[in-house]
Design a protein around this ligand. Structure first.
Ligand SMILES: C[S@@+](CC[C@H](N)C(=O)[O-])C[C@H]1O[C@@H](n2cnc3c(N)ncnc32)[C@H](O)[C@@H]1O
Length: 392
């Protein structure tokens, strides 16, 4: 048993209430799986990191996502969604379901740009935002008020609620959705459980559950002494839910996130990817300030792709964000980024933002794009511009 460092006895009101609530659960049930601890830290109603009424995103928050960098991220994706709509034979209606839209910046950029550049697609598009946080759903209502009033967009609490009102053609999209799902942590001693000692959270290790052991066998690696890996079991459940949402429908899944493949893990990389963020700095411990900091883990793309295949989805591609965005934008020389720039200084600024999204030193190589499809002819899926660089 090792005592985790840097735990204040109590913090801000919300933090100590959440800390007490987690401690009460451990007293009642014994040590809890790490995924349960992470679930409470991030999503406990009113107290969890994403459930509380505070700024998590952007400059005033704890981290940036691609949509904070520049609207071009959403605009390039709008271009790709329009191609997907055409690959589905330009149906009269298409539902784009976004998982975990957060504040709705991406949705706003996609809806605005589609209306401006792709009017036919825009007329067919209905944008469904599936966001579990009540507080963030309120913010979506404000940010997207115009689109909601025009019935171009709708806000839902879950994927299932969004899918149940969708028509036959759908695109399911998530940016940094999978990395925010609770994970199990496994080291050479077994599965990590969180216990309590003298009022402080302590790490204990138990024999891995059958599900954890099977996950390592199939999709990950068995950690050596001193190493940790994550078993992303909740992400597998999500792939099952997504595949279920495609039942009786056709379309595409686009999942963008930082992540890795099993091959990369076998080569010794991407072990222990759990990170905590607070005010744009990496925090030393996930136990430091429950509910006050983001906790995230990189996505095991081998695992989610395989589970999707097992449940009937077709794998289309796994490529870097850089390859994907360059593939979409190069033919128009990234007109989506520069079209509204009037001054050379504006162009220079946008060029830097674009560079951040696509360069290996920015977000271009750490972020991967997983594309899957359902009921789409292989050649049509393979012809998407986002896959252009993959074909070379
Ligand atoms: C890291 S944030 C990403 C936000 C946004 N996609 C972006 O790129 O800025 C993860 C989001 O997923 C949401 N989320 C987590 N679990 C969810 C669930 N079960 N259903 C719907 N949304 C969920 C969180 O509330 C949060 O808004």
């Amino acid at each position: 048993m090792t005592i985790s460092p840097n735990q204040p006895e109590s913090g801000a009101g919300g933090e100590s209430r959440l800390r007490r609530r987690i401690a009460d659960e451990i007293r009642r049930d014994g040590p809890i799986p790490f995924s349960r601890y992470m679930q409470m830290c991030l999503y406990e109603p009113e107290l969890g990191y994403y459930s509380r009424s505070r700024e998590q995103f952007g400059k005033a928050g704890d981290f940036y996502t691609s949509s904070d960098v520049h609207a071009v991220f959403g605009r390039l994706l709008a271009r790709q969604f329009e191609e997907m709509w055409r690959a589905l034979d330009s149906p009269q209606g298409i539902d784009l379901i976004e998982l975990g839209p957060g504040r709705g910046l991406f949705a706003r950029d996609v809806l605005d740009w589609s209306a401006k550049q792709f009017p036919e697609f825009s007329r067919a598009l209905c944008y469904a935002l599936a966001e579990q946080s009540a507080h963030l759903r309120e913010r979506l209502q404000e940010r997207l008020a115009e689109h909601l009033a025009a019935e171009r967009a709708r806000v839902f609490e879950s994927l299932e609620a969004a899918a149940s009102t969708a028509g036959e053609n759908i695109i399911v999209f998530g940016n940094e959705f999978f990395d925010a799902l609770p994970v199990e942590v496994v080291d050479y001693r077994g599965g990590l459980r969180i216990g309590l000692e003298n009022g402080k959270f302590v790490e204990t290790f138990d024999r891995p559950t059958a599900a954890e052991a099977e996950f390592l066998d199939r999709y990950s690696v068995h950690p050596d002494a001193g190493e940790r890996v994550e078993a992303t079991l909740v992400a597998l459940e999500w792939m099952e839910r997504i595949a279920e949402a495609f039942q009786g429908k056709r379309g595409f899944l686009v999942a963008i996130d930082y992540g890795y493949t099993r091959e990369e893990q076998l080569a010794g990389r991407h072990r222990d990817t759990l990170m905590s963020y607070r005010q744009h700095t990496v925090s030393t411990s996930p136990y430091e300030a429950p509910g006050e900091q983001d906790i995230t883990a990189h996505v095991n793309f081998t695992a989610i792709r395989e589970r999707g295949v097992q449940r009937g989805l077709e794998p289309v591609a796994l490529l870097t964000q850089s390859q994907f965005l360059i593939g979409i934008g190069e033919e128009t020389e990234f007109a989506d980024a520069f079209q509204e720039c009037e001054l050379p200084q504006e162009r220079a600024k946008v060029a830097l933002q674009l560079k951040h999204l696509i360069s290996p030193t920015g977000m271009g190589e750490t972020f991967q794009v997983l594309l899957m499809s359902a009921g789409v002819a292989k050649e049509k899926a393979a012809g998407l511009s986002g896959l252009r660089l993959e074909r070379i």
